[in-house]
Design a protein around this ligand. Structure first.
Ligand SMILES: Nc1nc2c(ncn2[C@@H]2O[C@H](COP(=O)(O)OP(=O)(O)O)[C@@H](O)[C@H]2O)c(=O)[nH]1
Ligand SMILES: [Mg+2]
Length: 318
C-alpha cells in the first residue's frame, strides 16, 4: 500500500566505519534479509550495496560501504572512494565503531573527521557502538559515551546485530538495539518520495547478488592469505523442472576466479571437497534469495591479475 506522495519520507543512510566494524551485519538486520555479505575477514564488502527497509510512510535506503582502510593499491583506493562518495551523498551518516570487551572503542582520527564533516555539511549524524554483546560490564562504556557525546551526534546507540548463519561457525544468535536504531533513524528521515517500490530490499542486480553469496562462503572457508584475490562471476541462469518431482530448480553457473595457478588446488581442496563445501553453503543462501531450489555449477578459473582489469571489476560491480 502506497501512502500519498506528500506524506512519504525517504532518506539515504550511509553506514561507514573501519573494516570489520559490523556494517554489513547491521544492514542485513535492518533490512531483514541478507543483502550484504559477511565474514570475519576485513574487506569482505567490495561494492557499495544498498538495502531498503520500508515501513509505513517511511523508506530507509541504507548504503553499506566497503571499510575505510588505508592500504595503497588501486583496488583499495577505489573502495575507499566509493565509501566516501556514498557518505557524502547521504541524508544521514551512520558511523559504526566496534566496542572492545572493556567498553572502550578505537575510532581513528579519520573517522572522527568524517563525523565533523557530516555536521559541517548539515547531514544528520548517528554513532553506533557495535558488538555490545561482547561487553561484559556495561558501565565500562560510560567514558566512551561521554567522550563521543562531544561530537554532537543526533543519537548514539550501542547495538548488537549478530546472527548465526550457515558457514559462519557461530552457534548462538542474539541481537539487541536494532529496533532502537530504526526508531532513531525514523526521527531523522527527511520528507521525500520513495526511491524503491516497498517490496524491494536491494538494488543489487541478481547475478551480482548471487556471485557475492559464493564469494562470502569462499571468504569464510578459505585460508587467510587467499580470499582477497578471489572473484566470482555469475554466468547463465536457467529455471528447469526437476525430472523426479516437477519442482522448479534454478541452475546457476558461476566462475570462481583465482589470481594464481597455485591457488587453484587450495580452492578445490582434497578431492574437490573445499569447492563442494563453498558451493553447498552458497546454494543454501541462494535458495533463500530465489525462493526455488538451486543447482549450482561452480567452476574455478585462473585469471591472473584480474584485480587490475577494469573489465572484470566492472562485471563484479566495483
Ligand atoms: N559479537 C558480535 N560480532 C559481530 C556483530 N556484528 C558483526 N559481528 C562480526 O564481526 C565480523 C565483521 O562483520 P561485518 O558485518 O562483515 O563487518 P563490516 O566489515 O563492517 O561489514 C563478522 O565476523 C561478524 O559476524 C555483533 O553485533 N556482535
Ligand atoms: Mg561489510
Amino acid at each position: 500500500m502506497m501512502p500519498p506522495l506528500d506524506e512519504m519520507r525517504c532518506g539515504l543512510i550511509a553506514l561507514v566505519g573501519l573494516p570489520n566494524a559490523g556494517k554489513s551485519t547491521l544492514m542485513n538486520a535492518l533490512v531483514g534479509e541478507k543483502v550484504g555479505i559477511i565474514s570475519n575477514k576485513p574487506n569482505t564488502t567490495r561494492v557499495t550495496v544498498r538495502g531498503v527497509r520500508t515501513e509505513g510512510a517511511n523508506q530507509m535506503v541504507f548504503m553499506d560501504t566497503p571499510g575505510l582502510n588505508r592500504s595503497g593499491n588501486a583496488f583499495d583506493r577505489r573502495l575507499v572512494q566509493q565509501a566516501m562518495g556514498a557518505a557524502a551523498d547521504a541524508d544521514i551518516m551512520v558511523i559504526l565503531s566496534e566496542l572492545k570487551p572493556d567498553g572502550s572503542e578505537g575510532m581513528m582520527p579519520e573517522i572522527l573527521q568524517l563525523a565533523k564533516d557530516a555536521k559541517a555539511r548539515g547531514q544528520k549524524l548517528v554513532l553506533l557502538l557495535t558488538k555490545v554483546d561482547r561487553v561484559k560490564d556495561k558501565a565500562g562504556m560510560l567514558p566512551t559515551l561521554t567522550r563521543l557525546n562531544e561530537l554532537g551526534a543526533d543519537a548514539i546507540v550501542p547495538v548488537a546485530a549478530i546472527k548465526a548463519e550457515p558457514g559462519s561457525g557461530k552457534a548462538s544468535s542474539k541481537s539487541s538495539g536494532v529496533e532502537r536504531v530504526v526508531a532513531e533513524l525514523l526521527k531523522l528521515l527527511p520528507e521525500g518520495p520513495w526511491l524503491f517500490p516497498p517490496e524491494q530490499t536491494t538494488d543489487m542486480p541478481l547475478p551480482l547478488r548471487l556471485a557475492e553469496l559464493t564469494r562470502e562462503q569462499a571468504m569464510r572457508q578459505l585460508h587467510q592469505e587467499l580470499p582477497y584475490g578471489i572473484g566470482v562471476i555469475t554466468g547463465q541462469m536457467e529455471e528447469v523442472e526437476d525430472e523426479d518431482n516437477g519442482e522448479t530448480v534454478t541452475v546457476v553457473n558461476q566462475q570462481l576466479l583465482v589470481a594464481k595457478e597455485q591457488h587453484k588446488p587450495m580452492v578445490l581442496g582434497k578431492g574437490g571437497q573445499m569447492l563442494q563445501k563453498i558451493g553447498t553453503f552458497a546454494r543454501l543462501e541462494m535458495q533463500k534469495v530465489l525462493g526455488t531450489r538451486v543447482r549450482l555449477e561452480l567452476h574455478v578459473k585462473v585469471a591472473e591479475k584480474w584485480l587490475e582489469r577494469e573489465q572484470w571489476l566492472k562485471e563484479m560491480g566495483v
